[in-house]
Design a protein around this ligand. Structure first.
Ligand code: 3HC
Length: 307
């Protein structure tokens, strides 16, 4: 079903090759999904060969795991693997008709990426950003053709979460949005079209939940108590596990953006930045099972702003 506000699906272009800028956790996860669901060549790039190799290795290891689980044939694994390539040369993106980035959440970095991408791709290529809280129109300011840029916001873990936010910025045209909806559909995701407002829809809501959880620990309530209190709501994860899942630095950026957008409505938490530097909230055993909360993390938050 075409959601309300979606342009005519016939306007969508058929994507024949995908370019992914960034080979981090999020980008590698969706590169894998493009390989499996769109079944087209996917090329990934990043700032160093080491990062590119790490992204490629992640995709190949996940394909191997699917074969081991009996969910993918060896032939399909080999086909998808052959469709995957990594490069440091942006010219390898020249024949991509869908290029999506998931690089560091800083406007300057995104501007640099899209300037370099637009210099090589065809005039009809569609560009997408997986930004979680920057303005898509702001990101598109450096483009000669900002009408071909849309937001395409995945959720972690990409393979499992059904939702995708397709962000229709003020300048996005119908061809770009229709193509994004078609890609979302081919990925078997449920897409909603959102406007280009800070945090779109999901991170506005999550911003409250995560912000309030951080506020509670900043006020001296122990991590366990906050986690236990929220458990009866039946959320699949407590806020601290969710912060670790999305990445503490990403979480801190989202909360900063929401606070910048509406300081009277969102909570700014310096301690989350410190937790991001520490790199963890939870302690884990040798098998990776969560065992408790890290003593250093407890020190960072304890009683910061007790009222
Ligand atoms: N990659 C691939 N598959 C994964 C995965 C991962 N990282 N994590 C879990 N899965 C798969 C498992 O393989 C399993 O698949 P199967 O049933 O086919 O075997 C399935 O997911 C369920 O996994 P588990 O049984 O291990 O664990 P749970 O039932 O506890 O589910 C979870 C794990 C899906 C992560 C669940 O806890 C969950 O939904 N958590 C909330 C996640 C969430 O809210 N994400 C949104 C974050 S916001 C965001 O990303 C936006 C950004 O801008 C901040």
């Amino acid at each position: 079903k075409n959601p309300q506000g979606a342009p005519d699906p016939k306007l969508a272009i058929k994507v024949q090759k995908v370019g992914v800028v960034g080979a981090g956790l999020m980008a590698s996860q969706f590169a894998l999904l493009f390989l499996r669901r769109l079944q087209v060549p996917v090329v990934i790039t990043d700032v160093s060969q080491e990062r590119v190799d790490k992204g490629l290795a992640y995709c190949r290891a996940e394909l191997d795991k699917l074969v081991e689980k009996g969910r993918l044939s060896v032939d399909d694994r080999n086909r998808y693997s052959a469709n995957l390539s990594g490069t440091l040369d942006m010219n390898d993106f020249a024949d991509c008709d869908w290029v999506i980035e998931a690089v560091f959440e800083e406007l300057k970095v995104k501007h640099d990426v899209f300037t370099r991408v637009e210099a090589v791709v065809r005039p009809d290529a569609i560009l997408a950003t997986n930004t979680s809280s920057l303005s898509v129109d702001e990101i598109g300011k450096v483009l000669k053709h900002p009408e071909r840029l849309v937001g395409f916001h995945f959720f972690n873990p990409v393979a499992v979460m059904p939702l995708l936010e397709v962000v229709k910025a003020a300048k996005s045209n119908d061809v770009s949005v229709a193509t994004a909806m078609r890609v979302a559909n081919d990925l078997k995701k449920t897409a909603v079209i959102t406007s280009d407002s800070t945090g779109f829809v999901v991170n506005r809501l999550l911003g409250y939940l995560l912000g309030e959880a951080m506020k509670a620990v900043d006020e001296g309530i122990p991590f366990e108590e906050v986690a236990d209190a929220i458990a009866p709501l039946g959320l699949p994860m407590n806020p601290f596990d969710l912060l670790e899942l999305v990445g503490l630095q990403v979480g801190a950026h989202v909360l900063d953006s929401m606070y910048g957008f509406a300081p009277e409505r969102f909570y700014k938490t310096d301690s989350l930045h410190q937790l991001a530097k520490l790199g963890r909230i939870r302690t884990k055993d040798s098998k990776g099972n969560k065992t408790g909360y890290d003593p250093e993390a407890i020190k960072i938050v304890s009683g910061r702003t007790r009222t």
